[in-house]
Design a protein around this ligand. Structure first.
Ligand SMILES: NC(=O)c1ccc[n+]([C@@H]2O[C@H](COP(=O)([O-])OP(=O)(O)OC[C@H]3O[C@@H](n4cnc5c(N)ncnc54)[C@H](OP(=O)(O)O)[C@@H]3O)[C@@H](O)[C@H]2O)c1
Length: 258
């Protein structure tokens, strides 16, 4: 397929690199108004342009990775030159009904919520679509399966998906940063502390994903009775570890819903 990504910022670049590395049969075009910072992507065979309509007619899927207030300007530019296209939008807060009314009945609106780990083939992408667009959505699903996982969700949960899957990257990184800081306090240099903390999180996630068990089952394997793990874990819980995470996630959701 030919994929045309409009909005070469944090997310657009991650998806473009992910596709170029992990979805080899697909070709990517990436646009933004100021291309200076993304020109080096051409080395990965990603075609870069400041013209949103450049090569758009050949595209099978158009991905929007722009901010909500940039949508109307971009659509005004591209709609006169396209028809019967799949438009996959990662724009936060723009629902399928609103997108469909903007792009007209001749194009297909699919809503996606990927994250920036797409660059490493590890995005946790959520996808919603209307039943009439199931066939077209399948192309988008396959694409995002190449660069991570793709979960089809009810559109009602898209804000929740934004928090858990996209904002979630930042929450996980903050956990790693805190572990790293503790690692330095107990004797490691920063680089070693970071390497151990990050790999430990990656290993824990890998175990969960492969064994498909509840986290507590794996925690039981690490916690010796009266041992150092359980006392540390309980101390964290006494200070609100799980509770603060849950409250933070709910606060992010409240902010999105406005
Ligand atoms: N970042 C994430 O982790 C993430 C995750 C899920 C969803 N999202 C959603 O994805 C969207 C993009 O987020 P982001 O963090 O990637 O934002 P960003 O870094 O600001 O990227 C937006 C890009 O759009 C480009 N742009 C603006 N106007 C344009 C136009 N008329 N034509 C072509 N390109 C244009 C901008 O570059 P120029 O100014 O050079 O044109 C900029 O590089 C947002 O709606 C966000 O909510 C983001």
């Amino acid at each position: 397929m030919k994929i045309h990504i409009i909005g070469g910022g944090n997310l657009g670049v991650s998806i473009a690199i992910g596709i170029s590395k992990f979805s080899k049969n697909n070709q990517v075009t990436l646009t933004r108004r100021n291309t200076a910072s993304i020109l080096d992507l051409e080395q990965l065979k990603i075609s870069v342009s400041s013209d949103n309509t450049h090569m758009i007619q050949q595209a099978d899927v158009i991905i929007l990775t722009i901010k909500p207030y940039q949508v109307d300007v971009v659509l005004d530019e591209i709609l006169p030159v396209i028809s019967n296209k799949i438009i996959a939008s990662a724009v936060s807060g723009l629902n399928i009904e609103a997108l469909q009314s903007k792009i007209g009945d001749t194009n297909h609106a699919i809503r996606i919520m990927p994250n920036i780990a797409a660059q490493f083939g590890e995005s946790a992408t959520c996808i919603s679509f209307e039943e009439k667009d199931r066939e077209q959505a399948q192309h988008v699903i396959s694409l995002f399966q190449d660069i991570g996982t793709a979960s089809i969700i009810d559109e009602k949960l898209m804000d929740a998906a934004t928090v858990l899957g996209a904002c979630g990257t930042a929450y996980a990184l903050r956990y790693i940063r805190a572990s790293m800081q503790a690692g330095i306090e107990i004797g490691f240099d920063a680089q070693t502390a970071l390497a151990i903390a990050a790999q430990t999180v990656k290993g824990a996630a890998q175990m969960l994903l492969e064994e498909k068990v509840h986290p507590e089952q794996l925690i039981d394997r690490v916690t010796t009775p009266q041992g150092c793990t359980i006392v540390g874990l309980n101390e964290m819980e006494h200070h609100g570890f799980s509770s603060s995470l849950i409250k933070g996630i709910k606060t992010s959701l409240k902010q999105i819903k406005g």
